[in-house]
Write a protein that binds this ligand. Structure first.
Ligand SMILES: [Zn+2]
Length: 423
């Protein structure tokens, strides 16, 4: 045997010995025991949907990522011992083998699989909100009971939880992503929005939703902005030319392009929440049901509320869901409601006559408003109807270049979110 051969052989024997020593009798059984941490993740935030009293409501954080780490066995490159999502009731069961008696900690991250996340700021790396819960000398199963998201972060988990409502509405064709496209892009929300942009929430084609501190309290606003994000994803990250949209109001004429994109976003919120409302962060809400006789509403397809209710009625009625409308976005970028209805719907075998025609006629969306021509229009404010809701309205989608992450945050949970609970 050569000298090198002997050294190699000696090293091998030492390694074998260490392996044997590490599994001595007595501790082997305890170390192999499966230990588990269980509990329910909840968040407490004002509930704008419940009215202007804004009651503080505690809700389960559903489909929220968690990861289990051990302080004595931190894992390889910080890889967790286990990682998964809370279930449809906010419950978690975090188990690991071979770490009985260790100090462990559970990390809760404001993300759902790698499909949506809430970040405190826009940076070069995805850094979702996170907090940890320690557990000393764990053996067997330890029930942590209710784990409350810290107050200052609760809005992030409310937004995260609200996006389940949109996820559960996506067409089957989208599979385990937001769209059927190969690139499985997630939805990223920045909360609270650092100001600017009229101090309002908005979506930017950089690929972010900016939500104000208070807008986390209204699921309608969260879903409105997510509706913009969803349309952009289905349109292969393209956005139409939109004019005269800052500000825009649900019941007033803006422009055909603004009314279509904003009306779609209003419709997404109503469709996901199964109502006909818009709810502002103050808890003030408006019923958007309308017809030609509705007072204080402008007429025509330049009015986003007219477009929104037309879309929701089409989805609940002749279209039997919104899959066809999203499929249109997968093929083309409609200029406005007229383009969508008359030019694009036939390509997906969606009706433009009969019940469909009646719906849009009842909402006056089959005719253009006095300000209906495309492009910026001079609006005589003294002759206008009064805006619905507070004066601080959404300034529309901001068009800017796509953000490029320089380094990606590692999403340890990659299984798809749990499906919608049975009604
Ligand atoms: Zn909007």
């Amino acid at each position: 045997m050569t000298r090198i051969g002997r050294i190699w052989r000696a090293t091998f024997v030492v390694a074998m010995a260490l392996t044997t020593v590490s599994v001595w009798p007595g501790s082997a059984y305890a170390r192999q025991e499966t230990i588990c941490l269980t509990g329910t993740l909840t968040y407490t935030r004002p509930d704008a949907e419940a009215g202007t009293a804004l009651p503080m409501v505690t809700s389960p954080a559903r489909n929220a990522n968690w990861a289990l780490y051990g302080t004595a066995h931190p894992g390889f490159f910080d890889r967790p011992l286990a990682a998964d999502l809370t279930d449809r009731d906010g419950k978690f069961t975090a188990c690991a083998d071979g770490v009985a008696g260790s100090d462990l900690y559970l990390s809760f991250i404001a993300e759902s699989s790698a499909l949506w996340q809430v970040l405190p700021q826009r940076g070069d790396t995805e850094q979702p909100y996170a907090f940890t819960v320690p557990a000393k000398t764990v053996t067997g199963t330890r029930d942590l009971g209710t784990v409350a998201v810290p107050d200052e972060m609760a809005g992030a988990w409310k937004v995260l939880d609200t996006l389940n409502l949109l996820w559960w509405k996506r067409p089957a064709a989208a599979g385990d992503c937001w769209t059927p496209q190969t690139r499985c892009t997630g939805i990223s929300v920045i909360w609270p929005s650092p100001g600017g942009r009229n101090g309002n929430s908005y979506f930017t084609t950089a690929g972010f939703i900016y939500l104000t501190e208070d807008d986390a309290n209204t699921r309608h606003v969260t879903l409105h902005e997510a509706g913009h994000n969803l349309q952009w994803l289905w349109q292969h990250e393209q956005w139409p030319d939109v004019s005269n949209c800052n500000p825009h109001y649900i019941n007033l004429a803006s422009s055909p392009s603004c009314a279509f994109t904003e009306g779609f976003a209003d419709a997404v919120a109503m469709y996901a929440l199964d109502d006909y409302r818009f709810v502002w962060s103050s808890g003030f809400s408006a019923n958007l049901e309308n017809d030609a006789a509705t007072r204080n509403w402008d007429i025509g397809d330049s009015v986003e509320g007219r477009v929104a209710t037309s879309l929701v009625d089409l989805w609940h009625g002749p279209d039997q869901g919104w899959d066809g409308t999203l499929a249109i976005f997968g093929k083309t970028v409609p200029d406005n409601f007229h383009d969508y209805f008359y030019n694009d719907r036939p390509t997906e075998n969606l009706s433009t006559t009969g019940q469909a025609a009646t719906i849009i006629h009842n909402h006056t969306a089959d005719q253009s408003s006095p300000n209906g021509a495309a492009g910026p229009q001079p609006i005589d404010e003294s002759a206008r109807n009064k805006p619905l809701g507070p004066p601080d309205n959404d300034p529309g989608v901001k068009v800017e270049p796509r953000h490029q992450w320089k380094s990606a945050h590692r999403h340890w949970t990659l299984r798809p979110p749990h499906p919608r609970p049975a009604p």
